[in-house]
Design a protein around this ligand. Sequence first.
Ligand SMILES: Nc1nc2c(c(=O)[nH]1)N[C@H]1C(S)=C(S)[C@@H](COP(=O)(O)OP(=O)(O)OC[C@H]3O[C@@H](n4cnc5c(=O)[nH]c(N)nc54)[C@H](O)[C@@H]3O)O[C@H]1N2
Ligand SMILES: Nc1nc2c(c(=O)[nH]1)N[C@H]1C(S)=C(S)[C@@H](COP(=O)(O)OP(=O)(O)OC[C@H]3O[C@@H](n4cnc5c(=O)[nH]c(N)nc54)[C@H](O)[C@@H]3O)O[C@H]1N2
Ligand code: SF4
Ligand SMILES: [Mo]
Length: 703
Amino acid sequence: MEKQVRTFCRICEPNCPLQANVGEDGKTIALEPDYDHPVGGVACHKGLSYTDIHNDPDRLNQPLRRSNPSRNKNGEFEPVSWDEATRDIADKLKKIIAEHGPNSVAVFTGNPGVFNSRGMMYNGAFIRMLGTQMAFSANTQDMSNRMVSAAAIYGTNAVMVPDLPNTEFLLCMGSNPKVSKWTVFVTKNDSGQSMADIRDRGGKILFVNPRVTESSTSETGDTLLIKPGADVYFLAALLHEIHKLDGLDNAALEKWGTGIESALQFVARYPADRVSKVTGISPEQITAVARDFIAADGAGIYISVGVNQGRQGVLAAWLADLIVFATGNLGKKGGMYKPTGLADVHRPVPVDKIKVDTSIGELSYTLPGVIPLPAAALPDLIEAGDIKALISLSGNPVMSCGGEEKLRSAAQKLDLMVAVDILPNATAAMCDYVLPATDFLERADINFIGNGLQTEPYVQYTEAVVAPEYERRHDYRIVLDIAKHMGLYPGDDQEGWEIINQILGMSDLSIDKLKVLPHQTRVIEQTPYDDVYDKCLKHEDGKLHCYPPEFEEAGLFDRCEAIFADLQNEPDDALKMISMRTPYMHNTWFANVKKFRRGAQSINPLHMSSNDAKSRNLTNGEIVRIFNQYGEVQAKLRIDDGLRQGAVSMSHGYGAGRASMRVAESNPGANANRLAPNTLETIEPLSNMSWIGAYPVKVEKAH
Ligand SMILES: Nc1nc2c(c(=O)[nH]1)N[C@H]1C(S)=C(S)[C@@H](COP(=O)(O)OP(=O)(O)OC[C@H]3O[C@@H](n4cnc5c(=O)[nH]c(N)nc54)[C@H](O)[C@@H]3O)O[C@H]1N2
Ligand SMILES: Nc1nc2c(c(=O)[nH]1)N[C@H]1C(S)=C(S)[C@@H](COP(=O)(O)OP(=O)(O)OC[C@H]3O[C@@H](n4cnc5c(=O)[nH]c(N)nc54)[C@H](O)[C@@H]3O)O[C@H]1N2
Ligand code: SF4
Ligand SMILES: [Mo]
């Protein structure tokens, strides 16, 4: 063995510590969990199999330029030098901006970009240097509602996390943490043990989900089988019930809050008996949850993508946080809190929306750099001619956003399309230039994504396990070089650490200081939980806004009632498509990992309850047609009685049409996002969230 490197995984939130064993050839890598890490967490099979991605024969190795003109056909590419690619892209961008202004250049940043500390900093800086407001990202398919809601409530975009190790009652809504490993919340991976521990110490975790997932077992907790897209009404009824049961903490409300009366008036519109049909949850069940919540010494509500993607994520996130605060569980042991971060400074965020005039109407965003414009509007903006160039940085918008065909068709009109990726994904296949980035084994990094979200705060540095092979380059360097050629970046941050070192400096740390620590890790002391009020209440009045005026202005409350009426009038046999993650796919980018694409895992079936199948005369294993006004896909039917009636579910990430990824292409499966709503009306106001979960579909036999 040539060397051992203590490093960490950068696929998902836990950032599990790894030990990389590099062979004599300096290239072969074997990964194992780093069991001695001071905080720990045991890497899962995806992290340990990352070498399959690192060594993927389809990896991007050199800059590529398209040689066939039509974006609609499979891309044919020829290798070019970095210098030529960088200059040509920079010149084209300059020309486009000179002719049409900075907003004619759109940048889409994908999820893996945030697991890349220097990449994240400089992707953001690149957008600012371009001067464009046309910033789009995976955030609007993920959790922008939670940030917008936090900003409105606290005055800073502080997403609170559950005190999992101490909680007595946790409502876990729209998440399957055993598979997903949590999100916007960082806790060490223990394969679900921390959830089982809650029950062992006499507490309770209750999942609220249209499906009994892998997370909900006799060791962990039960599932309240909610109807898809109804969480906001469940939460409103829950707060109303808690109020009726005299469960509010009036001292906390008086000391820190403002506007609780209006909030209580709002939830009074949704008493348990009124919401019961729409939510599928009986008034007795809601009362029982209210009682458990009040009785617990430390209770929390964690909401995740299943709720966020269902078109009312802002109000759901607000009600979840409000219930926690109003019952005295914010900043309390076992409740919700804001973990200590590297730079433990929470800045006030502007209340006013930033407006962007476009040919398809006025768009807006609230938190520059965090809340982007709606990705669902991207195809329309390209069609209308507002956007002339699209740059995808570690993203795959063609697959990960609603409406694959709409974006594909609009993209024909672009003057320039560029992707920076490690793999030739479906988006890259449409580009003029495809630029090869380093993977996480090829780059030095810190675990910045966890900052301020970790149950056990720590910061870790890793060197690159191996030097980048072929002509792969760091993401940060790729965008900085383009900016330099455009004359936009006068700086000289060769190593890309400048911004990170500034942040580390706030905790008296630096990359150099981290390098010499055991496991290159510094554990950060958690400050008292109740400092959340001092740290995070950043509105001018210093109060926690229980009834944010911006929600009313954005029409969210009226919209809530209108959607309620629609749901009430739905036919009994209505079906809703909901999200699902499996241990064998990671968003769109594990589609080419051969060993995860075998047997039952080789494609993504449509999961359906046996009652729904029976009433449609469908049988397990047959091919069905799933359709709605937005599109159509075919998939194999899998009977899944974990699902409640009325909900069908399919994993996204499959259906990699026209990518140059051979395993993925040989048996693609179906892209569920072809069915997702993708018109301007379907975007959630304020958060710009796409409606990519809990939307209506129909299912019938494929002919
Ligand atoms: N139907 C449905 N759609 C969904 C979701 C859902 O639940 N259901 N979930 C949504 C969510 S939560 C998310 S976050 C989005 C994700 O959406 P995207 O971010 O658009 O897609 P990903 O598949 O995460 O990754 C994009 C690309 O990043 C590349 N990549 C990986 N590592 C690196 C790197 O180090 N550098 C570079 N340059 N590229 C890299 C991968 O090869 C991949 O091609 O999908 C959303 N879409
Ligand atoms: N293996 C694996 N792990 C991943 C990822 C992956 O693709 N694969 N992606 C990573 C990313 S980017 C993210 S953001 C996280 C996401 O992590 P999670 O938020 O845990 O996402 P999911 O596992 O998709 O779980 C969403 C759950 O919401 C439920 N659901 C759907 N609709 C509704 C609804 O209307 N109401 C309620 N209450 N529940 C609903 C679904 O049944 C599902 O169980 O996972 C991360 N980890
Ligand atoms: S849980 Fe996430 S971070 Fe940990 S090894 Fe698995 S994929 Fe990597
Ligand atoms: Mo995500």
